[in-house]
Design a protein around this ligand. Structure first.
Ligand code: SAM
Ligand code: SF4
Length: 398
């Protein structure tokens, strides 16, 4: 069952995102705000400096939002596991010092397989973390090599098992599919490995060639072919079928889980919730205003040390922007988008999408736009149709 939409009268959920901007090496496809030691050489950034500044921003967030209960915490990166269990636990201790933390709060950390161990998982579990998300990407050695991943194919599965043995009931593995050189059987093997690991959540993304990355340069030079959209769609179907057969259901286009194991933090983003992003380059959203922090770790830490807000920019969202985001995000959820959020032309476009087999007929009849299996492959097209609909003809649906 997809998670229920909250009661409109409830306050939006409130979460904290904490960005750890360190990685041991840079994967060629990644354009996240993260730095290797050599990229930071010569400036004041260090894991301890980062921790001191993160504590200062947590205190700033609490002074700004008052005593709002934190429902979810997500420590992401970068590579949070690289800063070690004690610093991760110290982050959570600072959250608890400054905010009420909900009794059943979801507290996740991302981790890279190669910088984890049974002791690491035991210590972050003791520190109060409830969920671990591991970057596996693929079970095929040659695919990991194209992605510049430094772990062996087996290490991610082993790490997931270690996390479960340390008491984590909620473990996610991230996959990337349609990497150049990946074959159908490589992805089948990745899916099998994920299922053997016994995790309750899988996120899978089609490889995106981001501008400015080493991967983009290799594709431009002709060393690697660009990922192919048809191959990506076929791989998505393979993965979905395999996960579905094992009892996992999609609840967002790129996310599958066992029932009840959906990531509540990410659902907060997709449900228009409020969150404060702590860390360099982190984005925040509170009651229709969003802002983002300065990107460089030393500059971010320096501003906090000087008692300044580390904001680089921000904007008050217009009603139109909020509507656009709501349609884009909710349509990607299995629970779908209430049709009442759409204007007349967009409702007509939704009716056409049902006729084209892109939205589920019965859900539509019950007042929701829910993607069909084929619709998931063409989700961006359906979003565009609903946001920039052709005018409804006089004879069209109302
Ligand atoms: C930015 S990483 C952070 C977590 C951790 N460092 C790791 O590598 O797993 C989060 C996830 O984003 C996904 N990702 C990052 N860049 C991507 C890209 N260009 N295309 C597809 N997926 C990407 C990967 O699956 C990765 O596991
Ligand atoms: S994918 Fe993960 S490990 Fe690789 S550079 Fe990006 S954040 Fe770091």
């Amino acid at each position: 069952m997809p998670p229920a939409v909250g009661n409109p009268a409830d306050p939006p959920p409130f979460g904290l995102y904490v960005h750890v901007p360190f990685c041991a090496t840079r994967c060629g496809y990644c354009d996240f705000n993260t730095y290797t030691a050599s990229e930071l050489a010569g400036d004041a950034s260090s894991p301890d400096g980062w921790l001191a500044a993160a504590r200062a921003e947590i205190a700033l967030a609490a002074r700004t939002v008052g005593d709002r209960t934190v429902q979810t915490v997500f420590v992401g990166g970068g590579t949070p596991s690289l800063i070690g269990a004690d610093r991760l636990s110290a982050v959570l201790a600072a959250v608890k010092e400054h905010f009420p933390l909900a009794l059943y709060a979801e507290v996740t950390t991302e981790s890279n397989p190669e910088s984890t161990s049974p002791e690491f998982f035991a210590r972050i579990r003791e520190g109060g973390f409830t969920r671990v998300s591991l970057g596996m990407q693929s079970a095929a050695r040659h695919v990991l090599a194209v992605l510049d991943r430094t772990h062996t194919p087996g290490r991610a599965v082993e790490a997931a098992r270690e996390a479960r043995a340390a008491g984590f009931g909620h473990v996610n593995l991230d996959l990337i599919y349609a990497t150049p050189g990946e074959r159908d059987e490589d992805l089948q093997r990745s899916a099998d490995a994920v299922l053997e690991a016994g995790v309750d959540h899988v996120s899978a993304y089609s490889l995106i060639v981001e501008d400015g990355t080493a991967l983009a340069r290799r594709v431009r030079r002709g060393e690697l072919p660009a990922p192919d959209d048809d191959v990506a769609a076929h791989r998505y179907e393979l993965l979905d079928a395999r996960l579905r057969a094992a009892g996992m259901a999609w609840y967002e286009v790129s996310n599958w889980s066992l029932p009840g194991a959906e990531c509540r933090h990410n659902l907060g983003y997709w449900h228009d919730g409020d969150w404060w992003g702590i860390g360099p380059g982190a984005h925040s959203h509170l009651a229709g205003r969003r802002w983002w922090n300065v990107k460089h770790p030393a500059r971010w830490a320096g501003m906090l040390e000087a008692g300044e807000r580390p904001e680089a920019g921000g904007e008050d969202l217009t009603d139109e922007q909020r509507h656009t985001e709501r349609v884009m995000l909710r349509l990607r959820l299995a629970e779908g988008l209430p049709l009442e959020l759409l204007e007349r032309d967009a409702r007509a476009a939704a009716a056409r999408a049902v006729a084209d087999g892109l939205l589920v007929h019965d859900a539509h009849a019950a007042g929701r736009a829910v993607l069909t299996d084929r619709g998931r492959l063409l989700a961006d097209r359906v979003v565009t149709d609903l946001l920039v609909p052709e005018p409804a003809s006089a004879s069209g649906p109302r």
